[in-house]
Ligand binder design. Structure first.
Ligand code: SF4
Length: 589
């Protein structure tokens, strides 16, 4: 394996901004010696270090792999544009953050794909590593390129670039795959033999090269198997319980600025609420919880191993954790005297939240976040968001009384059946939330309202819904901004072009691969970052591929196959369809 230590130290680090993000000697870093390992794995997070180092899922897999005998797992991230330029100019290949070995020399390169806007970063990483972009161009000398996480649930847009997708919970299938790689190396098996073995033996492994997409009059018409011995459908892997996932008690401590600098503990996987627009709510089932004893143990050991002064209790919906009151009490008793605070990143406003601010002084009062999603009761009912305005007003009032001051409310606009009145209701709800503070201390509360644009996601009951067009979103933006003038409400809006592209990518078929590569060659980089997003590069790419992005945002017939139909998530199509019909019924009630 090529050791790049010298060249990185001499030619890269002195010339990049914030070189500490490329150093990789974080507290609790623990890559085993690749030279002594039978199987080497590089885990790539396809975004900048500042985001990737905070990704809990990657850390779970990193620890899991380094715990396997004979396995060495290193990490890599997407270099920022200044580093990319230098690496290209100086011909420095992408490297493992700890081993400083060339990524192309590892046996496996694994991507964690959590967000559509990271797809061009996958190509940047492959190209900087010197690995052919397309799976069909790779040889036995190249790493096996695998990918998991959210985008693996609708994998076709990246199917040309990934050798194996692992769908669902990654822990068990990844261990199985690494074992397959070990056996294949011992036997001297070819790349093709290994890919076939993965497709045969791992029910959640999707190997795109064994499937051919069909099109009818320009529309996706299904996937055809190219071999009879690969499965027709791919199972979503499900971990039986969180005790089967490694408890991270020695998390990495970032060397450079990171989005989260705190202990993060996954207290629950899955969400019981099933909001009809939410992909995670339908794909991460069933709900699995960690015990209070185990969480307290992890918190104790993690704080001791890192020096962090904040513990974040992570789940899709933390207030649905069934023992939350007891957990907060136990953590408060343990950490209050150490000045370690507790943050709850995802709260649901209901009767439980009304109690929560009183429970403890250890909970951070930085800000209260409410996912209202829609302004009107009618739309909230239709999308399955089971909170009422009365819940929200009572919860926010209780929070103000307990000393919380900042209130942030999340909304989506562009929902099916949405009218002008529903948009007005967004502003009116914000005003009423602000007014609840008057009863507490006579002042109006400042409300920060974040508005995103509804993206109909695969594997949800709303997957068949169309997405509204840019003109509609611009009109909503203008209307809300005008209404908020000289009010205590401040709106922030997601960038419209990014949301439209996100929808096109998540609903895309395999033809999207040509678009992604063309956009990347046109200069698209770090598309999730507003300051880097280059919409022109994408629009040119769609024209080059002779595809209309709007075609992917239209209503989908409930009888038509979708590019993700072969991925069998916990909630099957008939269940989603029944929910879709309930939503439509609710809109007409
Ligand atoms: S509560 Fe949140 S995570 Fe759960 S289904 Fe609803 S939107 Fe998704």
């Amino acid at each position: 394996m090529r050791d790049l230590r010298e060249i990185i130290s001499r030619q890269l680090l002195p010339r990049v901004t914030r070189p500490s993000q490329y150093i990789g000697l974080e507290t609790n870093a623990r890559c085993n010696d690749p030279a002594a390992a039978e199987v080497t794995v590089a885990l790539a997070f396809p975004d900048a270090y500042t985001i990737g180092i905070s990704h809990l899922g990657s850390q779970i897999l990193y620890h899991l792999l380094n715990d396997l005998p004979g396995v060495a797992c290193d990490r890599t991230y997407c270099p920022l544009p200044d580093a990319e330029d230098i690496m290209r100019h100086e011909r420095i290949p992408l490297f493992g953050w700890e081993s400083r070995l060339a990524i192309a020399d590892f046996d496996v390169l694994g991507f964690s794909l959590s967000y559509e806007m990271q797809v061009t970063n996958v190509l940047t990483i492959l190209d900087l590593a010197g690995i052919p972009l397309r799976s069909c161009d790779r040889t036995d000398d190249d790493p096996i390129v695998i990918a998991g996480d959210t985008l693996a649930d609708s994998p076709e847009p990246l199917a040309d670039f990934i050798d194996i997708f692992l769908v669902g919970d990654g822990e068990a299938p990844l261990s199985e795959l690494v074992e397959l790689v070990r056996q294949s190396k011992r036997r001297g098996a070819s790349r093709e033999e290994l890919l076939l073995a993965a497709a045969w033996r791992i029910p959640s492994a999707y190997v795109p090269r064994f499937y051919q997409p069909q099109y009818d009059d320009g529309r996706f018409a299904g996937l055809q198997r190219l071999r009879d011995d690969v499965p027709e459908a791919i199972d979503h892997a499900r971990l039986p319980g969180l005790d089967h996932s490694p408890a991270i008690t020695r998390p990495l401590v970032p060397l450079a600025e990171a989005v989260h600098e705190r202990v993060v503990i996954e207290i629950m996987r899955g969400c019981p609420n099933a909001c009809r627009f939410c992909q995670a709510g339908f794909t991460r089932l069933p709900v699995r919880i960690r015990s209070v004893d185990e969480i307290v143990r992890i918190a104790r050991e993690s704080v001791a191993a890192t020096g962090f002064r904040e513990i974040s209790l992570l789940s899709l919906s933390t207030s649905d954790y069934p023992h939350l009151d007891e957990l907060i009490d136990r953590l408060t008793a343990e950490f209050a005297s150490q000045h370690v605070s507790i943050s709850l990143p995802s709260l649901r406003v209901d009767s439980q939240l009304q109690q929560l601010p009183k429970l403890t002084s250890t909970v951070r009062k930085g800000g209260l976040t409410i996912a209202a999603e829609a302004g009107s009761e009618r739309l909230r009912r239709a999308i399955g968001k089971g909170i009422t305005e009365a819940d929200m007003l009572a919860g926010v009032r209780a929070a103000y009384e307990a000393g919380w001051r900042r209130v942030k409310v999340y909304f989506m606009a562009g929902l099916p059946g949405e009218t002008d009145e529903d948009i007005e209701a967004i502003f009116d709800l914000c005003l009423r939330l602000s007014d609840t503070r008057r009863d507490v201390d006579g002042q109006r509360g400042a409300i920060s309202a974040s508005v995103s644009w509804f993206v109909p996601k695969p594997h949800t009951p709303m997957q068949w819904s169309p997405m509204r067009d840019a003109d509609y979103f611009w009109s909503v933006r203008t209307r809300l901004r005008d209404r908020a003038r000289r009010s205590p409400v401040q709106f922030k809006f997601h960038r419209i072009e990014q949301s439209l592209l996100e929808a096109t990518l998540c609903r895309g078929d395999r033809r999207m691969g040509d678009v992604i590569e063309a956009a990347w060659r046109n200069g698209a980089r770090l598309d999730g970052w507003t300051e880097h997003f280059n919409n022109d590069a994408w629009m040119t790419a769609f024209a080059q591929a002779d595809l209309d992005p709007a075609d992917y945002r239209r209503e989908i017939s409930t009888n038509a196959p979708t590019p993700w139909s072969h991925i069998h998530c916990p909630r099957r199509c008939d269940f989603l369809l029944a929910e879709y019909e309930r939503m439509q019924q609710a809109l007409t009630d």
